[in-house]
Write a protein that binds this ligand. Sequence first.
Ligand SMILES: [Zn+2]
Length: 116
Amino acid sequence: MSKLRNEYKRHSAKVTRGPRWKALRMQALDRDGWACVQCGTRHWLECDHVLPVKTHPELSYTLSNLQMLCGACHARKTRIEVGHTPLTPKRQQWRDLLREMQRNPHEHKENNHADF
Ligand SMILES: [Zn+2]
């Protein structure tokens, strides 16, 4: 993990500690229907700040600045924010395929390993 990305984590870690955040995250989960707003999966959900805490600390606890993302979409967004280039199309395709498989209830039994 790069130094820059660690710095992003450190900033949001201040916010994501404590009961205030927990309540807000539940509101965001409810609003977004307990699914990733980008790909719709219900697994591995994380609460993301649309505008990063680092640059917009005043929006840390603003529900409209929060969105539920799965780990994969969240990682992709963070990569772009810290200035990494997104994954190559081929790698992205592979990830999307994996996610599609996870989402298909006929082939894969629903599990509840999501981290709420
Ligand atoms: Zn997603």
